[in-house]
Each structure stands twice: as C-alpha cells, then as structure tokens.
Design a protein around this ligand. Structure first.
Ligand code: CU
Length: 126
C-alpha cells in the first residue's frame, strides 16, 4: 500500500472514531460492565446517551437510568430518571436531562427477564 493511502486511511479512521463518540466511559459492576457513549460532548440540558451491556445475561434487560446530584449547601437534591429504549443485542439509548454543570452520579438499573435486578454505577462530569 502506498504511504499516501495509509495516511488517508489513518485520518479517515481517526475521524470516524472521533465522530462516533465525543464522550465515552465504562461503568462497571460485578455483574456486568456497560459502555456509555454520546455522539456529542456532554452538556447541561438534554443528552442522548447510548449504552452497551457487556454480559450476555443482561443484554435483554429493561434498563432505567437515574442521574442525580446529592444535596449541597444552598442546593437541593436533583434527580432525573429515564426508561432507556432497547435497540437490541444489549444496546440501549436514553435521553438524560442534566439540570446543571458539576459531577452527576449515574445509576443504571438492569432488570433481566430471569434473575436478579442489578445496579451499575458511574458518574458524569458536565
Ligand atoms: Cu449541586
């Protein structure tokens, strides 16, 4: 392969990855890990988050996403809870509303068809 072709392919691949996920984080628990991505950088207001469940036992679960910020001096507890939509094969999408900038805790609840409900935790810095 010519060098110029290699460079072009490398640039193309780099651009695809950058466009595919402006934000990416892996939430882990003993039961499963969940990759969380966003096509756009996270911001206050509405964020469309994509989730990919790692463990096969939880791929066909119902997913609920709770984001919250604990109460602080002069600021009440804030929470937004959303039912994620299944896209099949362990993939989900949810619109998550972030009321203000700061660190938000994220609890992802998975209710599998059989077996116990699990909670996978992570956080987001907005
Ligand atoms: Cu706060």
């Amino acid at each position: 392969m010519k060098t110029i072709t290699k460079i072009f392919l490398a640039l193309l691949l780099g651009a695809t990855i950058a466009q595919g996920a402006a934000f990416q984080k892996v939430a882990k628990s003993r039961a499963t890990q969940i990759q969380v991505t966003s096509e756009k950088p996270l911001s206050t207001g509405n964020n469309t988050l994509y989730f990919e469940v790692g463990h096969k036992n939880y791929k066909d679960s119902q997913m609920t996403v709770k984001v919250f910020m604990p109460a602080m001096p002069g600021m009440p507890y804030m929470e937004n809870k959303t039912q994620a939509k299944s896209l099949g094969n362990g993939k989900f999408v949810a619109d998550v509303n972030i009321a203000m900038s700061g660190t938000w805790q994220v609890h992802i609840f998975l209710t599998p068809k059989t077996g116990k409900k699990v909670r996978v935790k992570t956080s987001l810095n907005i």
